[in-house]
Design a protein around this ligand. Sequence first.
Ligand code: BDP
Length: 717
Amino acid sequence: MPKYLKWLFTFGVVLVLQSMAYATDGYKLWLDYKTISDSTLLKEYQSLVGSVQAYGNSETIEKANRELHEGLSGLLGMNAKKLKGTYSIVIGTYQTLPKDIASQFSNGLENINEEGYVIKSLGNHIVITAKTDIGVLYGAFNFLKRLQTQRSIENLNITDSPKIDIRILNHWDNLDRSVERGYAGFSLWNWHQLPDYKDPRYEDYARANASIGINGTVLTNVNSNALVLTPQYLEKVKALADIFRPYGLKVYLTARFSAPMEIGGLQTADPLDANVKTWWKNKVEEIYTYIPDFGGFLVKANSEGQPGPQNYGRNHVDGANMMAEALAPFNGVVMWRAFVYSEHDATDRAKQAYNEFVPHDGQFKDNVIIQVKNGPIDFQPREPFHPMFGAMPNTNLMIEFQITQEYMGGATHLVYQPKLFEEVFEADTYQKGKGSTVAKVIDGSLHNKKITGVAGVSNIGTDRNWTGHHFLQANWYGFGRLAWDPYLNSEDIAKEWTRMTFSNKAKFVDKVADMMITSREAVVNYMTPLGLHHIMATGHHYGPGPWVGNLSRPEWNPVYYHKADSKGIGFDRTPSGSNATAQYAPEVAAMFNNLTSCPEKDLLWFHHVQWSYKLKNGHSLWNGMALKYQEGVNQVAQMQTTWNQLENDVDAQRFNEVKMMLNIQYKEAKWWKDACLLYFQQFSKMELPKGVEAPAHTLEYYQNLQFPYAPGIRPQW
Ligand code: BDP
């Protein structure tokens, strides 16, 4: 072979090897606009996409324009300015578009709301338009997504609008940058350096949120610190708000109920006290001088030691309405959390939020939204839907999910949560007859609500890949998508994310999506099958702790929740027990009450069941439970096998990082199975059935494990 050919060959091999080893650390999330590798498709897109023409001169339009340039340059492998395809990409609001183009849209725009968008092929144009700038930006991201997921860009006629008003992340971030229940590093907000040093990551964060339609962020922990409401911090909050604004991301803060005393020098925080009211009015006015579009407050009151109106003999209505009055002139809202349970209340914890709030239906002001966790206890791997959904027809009510995995293995376990979110949205409350799904309560359509919202406790931190585990980016992504439209299918979302984040190869996409979908049931199986709940270790909630029974408050103890004894296991919430089922609509209550109609996935949530009880598959409860634990472990093993098969389709860095995480997950799934089965076996006194692997250690071994430095623990506990 001639020398120059040899040289060329070597050069070629080096190039190929280099591209194979191309590592990505996950920083770019689903917005890594890698050049389309299918050369036919690439040519086709290049022949279709022409120049980008942006109309309007707001910062948001500028961002949309820039996004399109960057996205198209990356995806199409050439400077977007040089694109000469058939269709120019025209962007602008209805008001700013050239008249001849705008005039063709009046009907289309009637079908979208303030944040919606239209993407339409018109002659030699693909027009992305909306009523507002932010709608245009959302449309630009959607258009790029079509290319990222390799869909057709011809004959487009897309209209899309968010179905929920407030689509918001709740950061449980403390001012010292620790993150309560955070597993992805420290808080993104560097309070010490703000407002002067503006980390470029703040903008990347806002941009990622905009790409999935998230339009709000609560910067601070619900266990709040009043200092954030002082001028020293408001300046810093303002700096963040200014960066987020062009991306349609509004800033909210947690408001500590006792702030008037702590930073205001008052003797009381009684919501009916005139000085207290004035203090909050002035404080709110002051906040709006810094942040004119400030979103409002999120409040955790009289819950887990947080101060609240009950400290002064007042109730939630008094507290929430007092803050709402201060915010109303500025169109701010109060998101008042329903996550309450009292140390003085001996009733089933699952009943307490409903008991405290439902009697007040209709008494909250219009700009108050009650924020309710998806289930009645606390973000368990599986819970039945919260009975408050649909039970307060005259009150604004929003849902709160926990994207961060406090109870699901932290950031080391691959758990695809949109599957969980979907299950909750699809649940039927029957509050207005069959079909009264949680989605309809939350999008406001069931009771004709004015303000609607979906909150997700963030899983984001300073880790280079944002979420600690590459696959947990999908939970941020999927949260945003479902907050935009709670009727979307979680598997479709998984596929969309996979295509944008990893690869468009059909086989790869199917396998990864399958693994993601399985992961949600897997975690339920290896931690809390058949309706078990809250049997995690104390404080950090890392690992199993079903034996814990010595904590001061009964409802902090796993034994309170599983109630295992020689007869059986489970929490009787039927009329013969706590009667929590009575909080649901009669149809739902009847379904849960009856042992045979109660879905087995919720069995031990609602019933104390004998060990020998026959499950639908013919197994005794004990055998069935043991087999479920084993199934969970096997599912993780299957996820490992799947992932290993995909090595050639993923860059080495992400492949290896995910592989190592899956190894941890497998080990911990076994740990959960072994520890829980050994512990419950003391009560059932039954052998493990065939097919269930013998535990690796003794029960004592598991009971003695200690993790004083497990991440995410509440600093003040
Ligand atoms: C629990 C967490 C705790 C939170 C609390 C809440 O363990 O850290 O403060 O929820 O949501 O799940 O307020």
